[in-house]
Design a protein. Structure first.
Length: 202
């Protein structure tokens, strides 16, 4: 019984994903320079996860020429978080993106659509990325932009189908608690262990 209980205790932990970016990889991007846009994409959360940081694309991984704002919104255009990623190499580099931590984690709800966008002035930004691979808890939906924002991150209200602006990214902090069915199995294991102890003491 103890071995079965150990398996039940370990099983939920095995389903928890480690921290990582929502967009894990992409290929064949065309890179543009400058222009005053706030652009990015929409995505859907497939599980209850939290975001801990937002990032901007560093094409040569040698630092940014200027600072960039990156924000995240819900579909009602409510801003959920905003960071400013400074010029140079001070922000944390992970893959092709430089990240800055959010002031507080953003909780995403499973089945909900969100928008992420960043400012593009004086640095490279990605156009028509392909083979986009996301974390299993995230589904990429489509690209969006808004122009003439004066270097400020703004909700990307204009659809840009097939543009694939993978210029911004976000870091997943944690996944949700185990599913109720798993918790129920754990409860059954604990109950069985208690019952076996009663039999031995009788």
């Amino acid at each position: 019984m103890k071995k079965c209980l150990l398996a039940l205790l370990l099983f939920p932990a095995a389903g928890l994903a480690s921290a990582g970016p929502i967009v894990q990889s992409f290929t064949s991007p065309s890179v543009f320079f400058g222009q005053d846009h706030s652009l990015g994409y929409s995505f859907q959360a497939n599980a209850n996860v939290s975001l801990s940081a937002l990032g901007f694309y560093d094409s040569l991984q040698d630092g940014l020429a200027v600072s960039h704002q990156v924000g995240i919104w819900d579909s009602a255009q409510n801003q959920l978080g905003l960071v400013t990623i400074g010029a140079g190499t001070g922000a944390t580099l992970a893959g092709d993106f430089r990240y800055v931590n959010l002031s507080s984690a953003i909780a995403l709800s499973s089945g909900t659509t969100y928008f992420i966008a960043g400012t593009t002035t004086n640095d490279d930004w990605v156009y028509q990325a392909s083979n986009i691979v996301t974390d299993s808890n995230i589904s990429y939906l489509s690209s969006y932009y808004t122009s003439g924002t004066g270097g400020l991150a703004a909700f990307p209200s204009n659809s840009a189908t097939d543009r694939e602006y993978i210029t911004v990214n976000a870091m997943i902090a944690s996944t949700s608690v185990p599913e109720p069915s798993i918790i129920a199995l754990l409860g059954l294991g604990l109950a069985g262990l208690g019952f076996s102890r009663k039999i031995k003491s009788a």
